[in-house]
Write a protein that binds this ligand. Structure first.
Ligand SMILES: C[S@@+](CC[C@H](N)C(=O)[O-])C[C@H]1O[C@@H](n2cnc3c(N)ncnc32)[C@H](O)[C@@H]1O
Ligand code: SF4
Ligand code: SF4
Length: 305
């Protein structure tokens, strides 16, 4: 517990220093794009709002249509600012129908853009891993592990610990045989239930994967009282990242699980129009003026990337 506290405190301190002295990027096009290919998920992670999104956001669909997906990708061709696509938001990408065709399309149209998959690991089985690695359909994969004990993991996520371990270990061994390995990241969201397992998690996987991503539970599911440390710092996400929900609407940031702050719609606008549109410009201005509390989602947010 002391380890987790010190780690997160240090991380937040570094973030504060960084954002105090760095001006936000001025980009004509997003650097990172999240595309919610599906909202289907087989897990029940206690900290994740996934189970409520279809109830709370009636416009959300289970699978992004091919024309919407292709419009986003086609309109991104030629934009050198775009560095990475994350083909997920709230859902499990391994359960996306036609996942590999979607990834192949990104590769064909945007060969220089990195693809980062973020997966709970339970459906990333041998067959899928073989295709992903043999065709190198992603550059990075983040497995969201979030625990180091079977009981906590299963209670917390509703998935089989053994299955996820088997899949991740297979991915690692297959990847090690590859000339150009995929970067494997394991993530751990610290919550009251699992925070004593962070050190064990790191020990288990150290040297086997390329990176860890340790985060704290954000107030997405409103499980606890989120008292944001009052800061006038801007949030970098709105200056470098764009997030598409499965129905094609663009939201403020990756934490906008219920589509509360819509900044555009790919069915009616182009990616560039949304990125440079008045909705997001107004929000950026508020952040730069130290008034991000005027945006209800930002006012209760304890993340400011
Ligand atoms: C929403 S999931 C979607 C991808 C996939 N289903 C997965 O779990 O990896 C993306 C990431 O968000 C994280 N996440 C979900 N709820 C969170 C919360 N309340 N605070 C911080 N991270 C959260 C998950 O652990 C996961 O790494
Ligand atoms: S974190 Fe990922 S795996 Fe867990 S419920 Fe949310 S979308 Fe599903
Ligand atoms: S402050 Fe929080 S809610 Fe606001 S844009 Fe950043 S991550 Fe999203």
């Amino acid at each position: 517990m002391a380890y987790e506290k010190t780690y997160l405190k240090l991380r937040n301190l570094l973030k504060q220093v960084y954002f105090r002295f760095h001006k936000p990027k001025k980009l004509n096009f997003p650097e990172i794009m999240s595309i919610e290919l599906t909202t289907i998920c087989n897990a029940t992670c206690k900290f994740c709002p996934h189970s409520e999104i279809l109830n709370k956001d009636k416009k959300r669909v289970l699978v992004m249509s091919e024309p919407i997906f292709k419009k986003i990708i086609d309109e991104s061709v030629g934009h050198k600012e775009l560095k990475m696509i994350k083909p997920s938001l709230y859902g499990e990408p391994a359960l996306t129908p036609h996942l590999f065709d979607r990834l192949r399309y990104i590769r064909k149209k945007l060969p220089n853009v990195k693809i980062r998959l973020i997966s709970n690991g339970s459906e990333m089985n041998k067959d899928k891993t073989d295709i992903l690695i043999n065709e190198r359909l992603c550059d990075e994969i983040n497995f969201s592990v979030d625990a180091d004990k079977k009981e906590t993991f299963e209670d917390f996520k509703g998935l089989s610990w053994e299955k996820v371990l088997t899949n991740i270990n297979y991915f690692i061994s297959k990847n090690n045989q590859n000339k150009k390995p995929v970067k494997i990241i394991l993530s751990f969201v610290c919550t009251p239930e699992n925070k004593d397992q962070l050190a064990g998690f790191k020990k288990r996987w150290k040297g086997k994967v390329q990176a860890f991503h340790i985060g704290s539970e954000s107030g997405l599911k409103r499980r606890k009282n989120y008292i944001q440390k009052k800061t006038s710092l801007y949030c970098s996400q709105i200056f470098d990242r764009m997030n598409f929900l499965s129905d094609g609407r663009a939201v403020l940031c990756c934490l906008d699980a219920y589509g509360e702050v819509i900044v555009g719609d790919i069915k009616k606008q182009s990616v560039s129009e949304i990125w440079n549109g008045t909705a997001i410009q107004k929000i950026r201005k508020l952040h730069l003026e130290g008034k991000k509390d005027q945006i209800p989602l930002c006012a209760i947010c304890d993340e400011w990337y």
